[in-house]
Design a protein around this ligand. Structure first.
Ligand code: ADQ
Length: 507
């Protein structure tokens, strides 16, 4: 009863760059669909239970007639409301493509030479963060808990404090936090650290990220006292207290495993097998991004075919690349590099009846993605650096027959959890990755099963609900048990068109 009353008083307000909805324009008509994905699934029951609120950009820079009515009708179905932050084309260019994705994204992935430290980007970042804060300030009540997500919105907390909002606020960084010697390159390093310390809880994906942040704060901020041990540390600067923790994000394991066993997925998997009979299939699934190490992966596959010629005709790499941020020149150039490498490798090795790389450059439906996860014997997940990497976890969850080998970059956050049973590689070591590909292909079924079983257990136990639970428990001393699952929310999978995963809905 007490817990229920507390729950009613404190709404949860989620803030992310984008709303978890998909806005589409067909001719002159706009439609709105509800987003899916682990984060939305895990947060929806909490939001519904609290009559909560999700604030973000709806995804269009032009005026959308009737948007608020559309949002209200989706809200009625879901049981929580949306707050829209409208962004102009210029803001999108400087705040989103500029500061967020030409400065913070490369820097936080240790690629400082790719940064474009344009001061106009910084100004726009502050303006847009203040815009988000104003929308939040107009909606929140004093007892609400505000949970801000990711690198686009690091200054929102500070802007809210300026507006005299004293609600409890948490922040979660989905990408890595860099080491001190890289972070100090940021011309606005003090401002960003101070802004982050305005949140009551600052969450990172791994202990390594948290350690990097703590080292930056200790070195760059005066009069700081950081103490404690375990998952969450306490940080005091003058009279401001914050907590700093590691909360590795995950997926809705049960839902993934359930959907992977659905008839539509089994049928699709059967067709993939039929089209590529007697092949060992290796799968790569990556958003088009230079941090994902796609060229390195292709080079490693080429090296494997040269070093182990017996693989020719027997092994196929299915590489799915999902289009992303193509308005940024570097992403467009990366696409050209991938096209060229795939062309070169296929041109050199293709034989009658065998093409070494099946290259798919588009977003695929959830059924298709799951069918590839199920059909492929090996997953090749080799980012140069990654906050977590959910593809690795999804591959394990979808391996319902407990077979399959995961080759995993040691620089992905997920490696801290799966390192014992995945085959870890350094993605820069092309020869090493090629050898590991060979090892995966020749690994006996018994060893595969033992490793996969343990990885599946780890992902099952540390699922997305546990992640939300531990963040909320640390923030507001409420756990997920206070928020019963909403059965009608779970998406049902019937046909291929049923669920197209809105890729990167939030980022
Ligand atoms: P991303 O960089 O986008 O996320 P990742 O964690 O791998 O990387 O998530 C990708 C998601 O997109 C997966 O859920 C996957 O199913 C989906 N997806 C992949 N291919 C798809 C396709 N072809 N069509 C449709 N959907 C597809 C950022 C950080 C990561 C961090 C996550 C979550 O960069 O490090 O793990 O946020 O915090």
């Amino acid at each position: 009863m007490i817990a229920e009353e507390q729950t009613k008083n404190h709404r949860l307000v989620i803030v992310s760059n984008r709303l978890p909805i998909v806005l589409k324009k067909q001719k002159n008509d706009w439609t709105l669909a509800q987003g899916s994905g682990g984060l939305v699934t895990a947060l929806a029951p909490v939001l519904k239970n609290r009559g909560g609120l999700w604030i973000g950009w709806p995804g269009a820079t032009e005026a959308v007639p009737g948007l608020s009515d559309m949002l209200n009708s989706v809200s009625d179905t879901l049981g929580y409301t949306f707050g829209a932050v409208n962004l102009t084309e210029a803001e999108l260019k400087k705040f989103y493509y500029g500061f967020s994705n030409e400065i913070i994204w490369p820097l936080f992935h240790d690629l400082q030479t790719r940064c474009n430290f344009d001061v106009e980007y910084w100004k726009s970042y502050l303006d847009v963060n203040s815009k988000y804060a104003n929308v939040i300030a107009n909606c929140v009540k004093p007892d609400d808990y505000i949970w801000v997500h990711d690198y686009h919105l690091m200054s929102v907390g500070k802007e809210l404090r300026k507006l005299k909002i004293n609600s409890k606020m948490g922040f979660f960084l989905h990408i890595p936090f860099p080491a001190l010697d890289i972070f100090v390159k940021l011309p606005w390093r003090f401002e960003i650290l101070k802004a982050l310390l305005e949140y009551d809880l600052i969450g990172f994906q791994t202990l390594r990220d948290r350690r990097n942040f703590v080292q930056c704060v200790r070195t760059l901020i005066k009069d700081v006292n950081i103490h404690g041990k375990g998952q969450v540390l306490n940080c005091r600067v003058n009279d401001r207290e914050s907590r700093i923790g590691a909360f590795p994000i995950s997926i809705d394991y049960n839902e993934f495993a359930r959907q992977a066993g659905a008839t539509a997925v089994s049928e699709k998997a059967w067709y993939i097998h039929e089209d590529l009979p007697r092949r060992h299939l290796i799968l790569g699934v990556d958003r088009l991004d230079y941090t994902k190490g796609i060229p390195n992966k292709l080079e490693a596959f080429r090296t494997a075919l040269i070093r182990y010629p017996e693989l020719c005709g027997k092994v196929t790499l299915i590489q799915i690349v999902v289009p992303s941020r193509e308005d940024i020149p570097e992403y467009y150039e990366l696409k050209e590099e991938i096209d060229r490498l795939v062309g070169e490798i296929n041109g050199k090795f293709t034989q009658s009846g065998w093409v070494p790389i099946h290259y798919i450059f588009r977003s695929v439906s959830r059924v298709e993605l799951l069918a590839y996860y199920r059909t492929c014997e090996t997953a090749l997940v080799t980012p140069l650096k990654d906050g977590m990497n959910l593809v690795a976890k999804e591959f394990c969850a979808a391996s319902v027959d407990e077979s399959g080998v995961l080759i995993l970059s040691e620089f992905a956050g997920v490696a801290t959890q799966l390192q014992k049973n995945a085959l870890l590689v350094n993605p820069y070591d092309i020869e090493g990755v090629a050898e590991t590909i060979y090892k995966a292909i020749t690994m006996d079924k018994g060893e595969q099963r033992t490793r996969m079983r343990k990885m599946r257990r780890s992902v099952r136990e540390n699922n997305i609900f546990r992640w939300v639970d531990s963040f909320l428990r640390t923030s507001i001393e409420q756990d997920l048990n206070s928020f019963p699952l909403v059965a009608d929310y779970i998406p049902q999978i019937k046909t291929d068109e049923d669920i197209a995963i809105p890729f990167n809905t939030l980022l």
